[in-house]
Ligand binder design. Structure first.
Ligand SMILES: Cc1ncc(C[n+]2csc(CCOP(=O)(O)OP(=O)(O)O)c2C)c(N)n1
Ligand SMILES: [Mg+2]
Length: 581
């Protein structure tokens, strides 16, 4: 049988990515642990491989080769003490910024410390032998494959980043004996574009969406640049209440993306997503399936939320959008299509039970202009994301770490920054009681208003689609943590708030809520901060979530009923098969 490439996918990915990144020079030292990589490389005529028994010498050879050829050079060695001998050469490379990729092969790393022969601990490297150190693992499933693709791209890209230098890649092997692979499936190449580069890629044609994770406030200049970009390329901007983009092409993604029928929607089949901002608490956006992603951030890091990242632009967003919006324009057909679809979803919202979601539905659009709203983790952010705020209202949520522990404190800080701005916190009872000492702080300003939805527990864990719901009421013991903090006492928070000088309101039903709402939303600054405690039932929270998330499923149900009438059961099955449902 002809022997060619290793069946070990990590070795294939390394070879595939080295080729795609135009790296061909290798200095190889002998051994077993680096066999899967070396055999795969030596059977591909692309590579130019030199042998050096002595790893110390190999690293210096790589220095000379890299210096003179102006090309990156790969080092490959086995286990035992081999890699330790790279140190002098890599130290030289570090201080001279020579692009050398030291690929040190290793057994399964979990065995470190268990007296395995020929296995040393390479988890820390001296500061001045490599710009960064990475570890690729043996691939057992799709997640491992994704991780290795990212790690190896990352290692290769570091060779030339910020002036460049040596990089360490610890490469684990399973000693696969199968070398019968004739063709290698190409791995996904990720590129990085820096501001000074001249070869910026062309924008692909097709549907373009800008996805904005949590983002600091945008300047008017950036908003205008994004609008020009969207106008020129017929793009739109997917946002939630943490995105902080308020330009012409903003679309609220949460409610439509949560709908079942939208699995069929071409609106999710975006060809290119331009990814800006940080962590997003908008879980439904994970249903976006872009063919390609371009990430734009000054940090320049590979952050592959959608798993189709192709290019990272290490630069300010303004530079990116200005570059790709040279012509400007007024195209908006994708936006119109999206809005029509969105309006259809909204028009079918059923009457919701009294819950955080119902409160959001009847409050969000009445928040006074120029206010700031901070939303609680997780249920508050989710259900308020379904309903837009009026223009001029800015909103935020602690999605950096998703803690329920400092929501009111964070708002407190925001309220101190501008004491003339109304600052609203909307959060649940567990989050409230966690952080309640902040309300007694002597610096607390009067522009703070708290809307606390007291359902007596972490209702999140009793939602119909949460894992915790399968344990029913038993979840209340330890998962949803019910029964604490006075068990929805009508007096506890009232006393605390009033004694601290808050204006306090309460409601346990729709009419009572609405009768207090006007006062709570007084657009002017009042004498005292306010606290509105609303009592709801966690069952209603769950029902409201379910109703909002299945608005369009009902339409899908009707559609399949219609198809069934016309084409019979077989027709429905065929269509489902085509749609992959
Ligand atoms: C500091 C911290 N501990 C635990 C969690 C896990 N957690 C996420 S949501 C949640 C429940 C919050 O309950 P509540 O504030 O009453 O909101 P509800 O779900 O009832 O709307 C918890 C405990 C967290 N996010 N942060
Ligand atoms: Mg709660």
């Amino acid at each position: 049988m002809e022997l060619k490439y290793s069946a070990e996918r990590a070795a294939q990915i390394l070879v595939s990515l080295l080729k795609q990144h135009n790296i061909k020079k290798v200095v190889a030292s002998p051994g077993t642990t680096n066999m899967t990589f070396l055999v795969t490389a030596m059977h591909d005529p692309w590579f130019e491989i030199y042998s050096s028994v002595d790893e110390r010498s190999a690293a210096y050879i790589a220095c000379g080769l890299a210096e003179e050829s102006h090309e990156p050079v790969v080092l490959s060695c086995t286990g035992a003490t081999a890699s330790r001998n790279y140190m002098p050469g890599l130290t030289e490379a570090y201080y001279r910024q020579l692009p050398i990729l030291a690929v040190t092969a290793s057994q399964n790393y979990d065995k470190v410390g268990h007296l395995s022969p020929q296995l040393i601990d390479r988890s820390t490297v001296p500061n001045d032998v490599a710009r960064r150190s990475f570890a690729a693992k043996v691939i057992k499933d799709a997640d491992d494959e994704w991780a290795d693709e990212i790690i190896i791209n990352n290692a290769i890209l570091e060779l030339k980043r910020h002036g460049g230098g040596p990089v360490h890649l610890n490469f684990q092997t399973g000693y696969c004996k199968d070398y019968s692979v004739m063709d290698i499936k190409p791995a996904r190449k990720i590129e990085r574009v820096a501001l000074a580069d001249s070869n910026w890629p062309e924008l692909p044609s097709g549907r373009i969406g800008i996805f904005v994770g949590s983002h600091t406030r945008m300047s008017d200049e950036l908003t205008e640049a994004i609008d020009r970009f969207c106008g020129e390329h017929d793009a739109l901007v997917f946002c939630d209440h943490t995105s902080n983009y308020y330009g012409k092409y903003r679309v609220a993604m949460s409610l439509p993306f949560e709908q079942q029928l939208h699995r069929l929607s071409p609106l999710k089949n975006i060809d290119l997503v331009i990814h800006i901002g940080g962590v997003s608490g908008d879980y439904p956006s994970a249903t976006l399936r872009p063919k390609a992603v371009w990430r734009v951030n000054e940090d320049g890091e590979i952050r592959d939320l959608f798993r189709t990242l192709k290019v990272v632009f290490e630069m300010p967003e303004l530079k990116f959008f200005t570059h790709y919006a040279s012509l400007g324009g007024d195209r908006h057909s994708l936006l119109d299509e999206y809005k029509a679809d969105y309006d259809l979803t909204v028009s079918q919202i059923p009457e919701l039970p009294f819950s955080n979601a119902w409160i959001a539905q009847h409050t969000a659009s009445h928040i006074p202009a120029n206010s700031i709203v901070h939303l609680g983790i997780l249920n508050s952010l989710r259900v308020w994301n379904y309903f837009p705020f009026p223009e001029g209202v800015r909103s935020n949520c602690n999605v950096g770490g998703f803690g329920i522990d400092g929501i009111m404190s964070t708002l407190f800080g925001a309220a101190l920054a501008d004491k003339n701005k109304l600052c609203f916190a909307i959060l649940g009872d567990l989050a409230f009681f966690y952080d309640m000492n902040s309300l007694g702080n002597r610096h607390l300003p009067r522009n703070m208003r708290i809307l606390m939805i007291n359902n007596g527990r972490g209702a999140e864990f009793r939602l119909y689609n949460h894992l915790g719901s399968m344990f029913g009421e038993e979840s209340d013991n330890y998962i949803a943590a019910a029964g604490h903090f006075g068990r929805k006492s009508p007096d506890l928070v009232r006393h605390y708030a009033e004694d601290l000088g808050f204006e306090y309101f309460t409601a346990s039903g729709k009419d009572e809520y609405l009768s207090n709402l006007n006062r709570f939303l007084t657009p002017e600054l009042t004498d005292r901060p306010m606290l509105f405690e609303v009592f709801t039932e966690s069952e209603n929270e769950s029902n409201a979530n379910e109703m909002l998330q299945s608005i369009r499923k009902n339409v899908a149900g009707k559609a399949s009923q219609l198809i069934r009438e016309v084409m019979g059961d077989k027709g429905v099955a065929t269509i489902k098969k085509i749609l992959g449902k």
